[in-house]
Design a protein around this ligand. Sequence first.
Ligand code: PGA
Length: 257
Amino acid sequence: MTRRPYIVGNWKMHGTRAMLSEARAIDRAAQRHPKVEVAIAPPYTLIHPIHREAEQIAVGAQDCHEAEGGAHTGDISAAMVADAGATFVILGHSERRQGHGESDALVRAKAGAAFAAGLRVIMCCGETAATRESGEAVAFVRGQLAASLPPVGELPAEIAERLCVAYEPIWAIGTGTAATTGDIAEMHRAIRALLVELLGEEHGPEVRILYGGSVKPENAAAIFAVPEVGGALVGGASLTADSFMGIALAATEPFVS
Ligand code: PGA
């Protein structure tokens, strides 16, 4: 099935209200390229302001708490980000797993909470440089992804619409050096096979798999040409409309994901 490429900006801990003009420019450019699905995950504080103005792009969160509410100082629930205008949440990003000690079990609980709140989930996975060097990258990512997704019986029925996987090798994030197309092809093939095992022949082939890690306008077309790449999760290059939309433009040629 051919689906619109999905290009998601992960702004991380970047952005005050001064960045709203950049979000507006991204939204305007996205209106000119409806063949590409463009979205931004800004810091929590900008979800609502961007949502209020955006006409084309979706807005998401970069994390959420696993509980519905309660005494969790400083945390934000899935229902709260949905209330602010988020339609999706990025979960299991390596910066959460490493910087906040998030385990696969915690990420799984967060995914359950996000689905229950009606959000779409971008589930991140990816290996360290040491794991890749040891030759265990595929086995590691398969295990991490399987353990981070809720059990099949607890997933929403329309899972292919609600779930997206992002393969983000940790050694490629923010380094300026993306994974090779060969490495991306091998891992995306393995993730596809796992999704079919877990979700079956009806849904497994339909879940989009994004690549993330130093995607830029210059390397985007080559990455999008790799089989099973359905779009990109973009960090640094999503912070300006020029570079982010350069990546989206590279995806305007229809491709099969
Ligand atoms: P990067 O980040 O594009 O800056 O490498 C990607 C990510 O962490 O999602």
